[in-house]
Design a protein around this ligand. Structure first.
Ligand code: BJW
Ligand code: ZN
Length: 247
């Protein structure tokens, strides 16, 4: 921790606008694997074989198998205490936005109402030829990547390496970063760009940054407060302290 807990609480009590910038670590306590670090997906599987458009064209069945596996895990997963604390904090701050790199939909399922998904959403798919959208439950997978009526391959609506982020979502996230008083940076290694530039943008525009992570990251040195621990424990503990007492 850099700033004292009292100072952090004062910043939170004064905040009008709060942004939560989240990564895979916030969903770890829901049983979803992170990409990097202990138990990370990229320790066992190669990103270049699974998370790029070239990889998809080379082996669409393999890429589908990986996404279907993750969807099976997600079906049984629930938002954890951190997702829920974020959604409930809409009662404590006049303006709350979630800017997430996650594709797992757990922020929305927790009840957050303003969610910007920088890397897409695993519950959607689209045809690479005619761009027709397909919702996940409508697409059974039997070891073959599904095809659209037009003959085009259907892919998950996520952002792979070398692909542009959805422009409107990215611009809205940048605007939220420029306008917020406090930004939480939770469960991200902050190494994947351009998403990882969002916290720096908030700093440049005068926001107070609070990082929550189980280990130091690339941005730890530039935040105001660094709280080491699990998001599902640290965040609800902190936000509970600024809740008005129940009458
Ligand atoms: C806890 C916890 C607990 C654990 N509580 N904390 C050099 C070479 C090649 C490319 C590049 C390069 N330099 C830059 C690039 C571009 C590239 C990039 O940034 N690469 C870097 C990795 C080097 N970026 C892109 O390609 C992006 N597009 C782009 O740049 O477009 C412009 C362009 C277009 C055309 C040509 C050229 C440029 C797109 C990036 C897309 C990223 N996609 C993925 C997959 C999404 C779909 C899917 O889920 O399948 O997004 S990769 C993966 O990483 C995923 C994540 O959103 C993203 C970030 O990961 P995140 O969320 O930070 O997770 P982890 O696992 O890294 O960290 C977890 C953290 O949680 C850790 O710190 C733990 O300690 C912590 N933790 N448990 C709290 N309980
Ligand atoms: Zn099509």
């Amino acid at each position: 921790m850099k700033d004292s807990r009292e100072h952090i609480l004062k910043k939170l009590l004064d905040a009008e606008s709060v942004v939560y910038f989240t990564g895979a670590g916030i969903s770890a306590e829901s049983g979803i694997s992170t990409f990097r670090g202990a138990g990370g997906i990229w320790n066992k599987l190669k990103p270049e074989e699974l998370a790029s458009f070239d990889a998809f064209l080379r082996n669409p069945d393999l890429v589908w198998e990986w996404y279907q596996y993750r969807r099976t895990v997600l079906k049984d997963a629930k938002p954890n205490a951190a997702h829920i604390a974020i959604a409930e904090s809409e009662k404590s701050f006049p303006n709350v936005d979630v800017v997430t790199q996650n594709v797992d939909n757990l922020h929305r399922r927790a009840g957050s109402t303003s969610v910007y998904e920088l890397h897409g959403n695993i519950e959607r798919n689209f045809c690479i030829k005619c761009h027709t959208y397909y919702n996940q439950p409508d697409l059974p997978f039997e070891n073959k990547a599904p095809k659209c009526e037009c003959g085009g391959l259907i892919r998950p609506d996520v952002v792979w390496f070398g692909e542009y982020l959805p422009q409107e979502v990215f611009e809205a996230s940048e605007q939220a970063a420029r306008n917020c008083d406090v930004m939480f940076v939770i469960g991200t290694s902050a190494v994947v760009y351009p998403a990882a530039g969002i916290p720096s943008m908030a700093i440049r525009h005068g926001a107070y940054l609070i990082e929550i992570n189980i280990e130091p990251t690339d941005i730890t040195y530039s935040v105001n407060a660094s709280l080491m621990g699990k998001a599902g424990e640290v965040l609800p503990g902190l936000l509970n302290e600024i809740k008005p007492p129940k009458k």
